[in-house]
Write a protein that binds this ligand. Sequence first.
Ligand code: NAG
Ligand code: CU
Length: 149
Amino acid sequence: MRFATLATAVTLAILPVLGVNFDVSVGANNGLIFAPNTISGAVAGDTITFTFVSRIHSATTTTFVNPCPPPLGGSSSSPDVFDSGFQDATTGSQPVSVMNITTSDTQFISCRQAAGAHCQAGMLLVVNPTAELSFSAFAQNAATDPLQN
Ligand SMILES: *[C@@H]1O[C@H](CO)[C@@H](O)[C@H](O)[C@H]1NC(C)=O
Ligand SMILES: [Cu+2]
């Protein structure tokens, strides 16, 4: 018993602190969507695992004000940016891309496919939304953001 307790204590001591993973389906039901389209409670050390399930999409960090095309802005206080690149789910595989969360600030993600047309159509994700920095406000900005040429 004593040995078992000691072994447990040692095992716990050497385990790294594990973050939480959030799973996001990209292009669920063949739609121009991230599902879910908001994530709350994400903190540094957490991850988002994007699984691309239809068409060809990206998950790309962007800004609240100019969501499309994504300027790879990250969050205002974090220089970290993330871009999955274009992931092709049309050939039978479902590519996976993992984003490391490095801040608990609000972060904005969109798909940059079709010169930002997917983004304009609402293919958007907000991490840690607030009352002001909400999904609907972000989507409103996206809908009127000019397309990339
Ligand atoms: C995320 O963190 C892991 C572990 O530190 C690292 O290996 C990986 O390259 C990071 N991924 C990105 C996209 O930065
Ligand atoms: Cu897309």
